[in-house]
Design a protein around this ligand. Structure first.
Ligand code: CP
Ligand code: NVA
Length: 309
């Protein structure tokens, strides 16, 4: 952040703790305004956002597009066939052209390096809508949801169950500055990126555990968190992964082992009967739909922040 260029939102720890907590407060405030039915709060009036998707999406697309609209701005969806990033046109050219028309750009890409390149050439703020490496907007929404349900985020025990993927990397990067007890329980060979784990540990802020023992890890969790076992770009590995991930499905017995205080979270889309059972996702302590809704509220605050509003 800073340095005179645009304020990008590429990793959750591009910002300090104070700024992230401020964005979360802002998210709650703007959410309350929208929930009240008030429609005259239009801070994005006259502004536009381009959204580049090289992968599918429901939540990210609709929450950004609708959020921007509700705040008075305009969002443009560019799907996988429209821009063909790096194929029809070079990333650095796309970044500069879109910067000429828009006030902010959201991008969901495969390679994280492409996002970093894109941001380097963009003249306006770039927001990360997920890469193979991380998913910071998701984690902002997750924290907002945890604060709403538990009244706080600091000191919470979050047990992520499954693949050490992009969502986990954002949790680890959050834990580098926000005190948590974060556990990633995953099968051997599916651990999160070592450098990201080390960074989180070396920051000395949070208790970080990587475990291969799901039932031991889950005990005392305030939040049990799941994601798909095969992420976008890995779908052909789904069969082999479902073999390797046996024992990591969040079912009722696992939630019972976690304890009565445990909420269930999932970034969605979920594959019921694979990483989570239908009963767990439908249970009263499942907060997945509140979490999904909060994507919009968290992102509204991110937009206001990067636009300096
Ligand atoms: N959680 C999430 O990012 O969902 P989409 O892939 O539908 O955007
Ligand atoms: N890890 C998942 C998250 C989807 C929102 C994926 O990358 O496909």
């Amino acid at each position: 952040e800073g340095g005179g260029g645009p304020t990008h939102f590429l990793h959750i720890d591009d910002f300090d703790k104070k700024t992230v907590l401020h964005m979360l407060e802002r998210a709650a405030e703007v959410k309350a305004v929208l929930k009240s039915g008030e429609r005259n709060y239009q801070p994005l009036q006259g502004l536009s956002m381009a959204m580049i998707f090289t992968k599918p999406s429901m939540r990210t697309r609709v929450s950004f597009e609708t959020g921007v609209y509700k705040l008075g701005g305009h969002a443009i969806y560019l799907g996988p066939d429209d821009i063909q990033l790096g194929k029809r046109e070079e990333t650095r050219d796309i970044a500069r052209v879109l910067s000429g028309y828009n006030d902010v750009i959201m991008a969901r890409l495969f390679a994280h390096k492409d996002l970093l390149d894109f941001a380097m050439f963009a003249k306006v703020p770039v927001i990360n809508g997920l890469t193979d490496y991380n998913h910071p907007c998701q984690i902002m929404a997750d924290v907002l949801t945890i604060i709403e349900h538990l009244g706080r985020i600091e000191g919470i025990k979050v047990v992520y169950m499954g693949d050490g993927n992009n969502v986990v990397h954002s949790w680890l990067r959050l834990a580098a500055f926000l005190p948590l007890h974060f556990v990633c329980a995953c099968p051997r060979g599916f651990e999160p990126d070592t450098a990201t784990v080390e960074r989180a540990r070396n920051a000395g802020v949070s208790r970080i555990e990587i475990s291969n023992n799901p039932l031991e890890a889950v005990k005392g969790a305030h939040v049990v968190y799941a994601d798909v076992w095969a992420s976008m770009g890995q779908k052909e590995e789904a069969a082999i992964r479902s073999q390797r991930f046996k024992g990591f499905q969040v079912d009722e017995a696992m939630m019972e082992t976690a304890g009565p205080q445990a909420y269930f979270m999932h970034c969605l889309p979920a594959e019921r009967g694979v990483e989570v059972t239908d009963a767990v996702i439908e249970a009263p302590n499942s907060i997945v739909f509140a979490q999904a809704e909060n994507r919009m509220h968290a992102q509204n605050a991110i937009l206001l922040h990067v636009l300096g509003l």
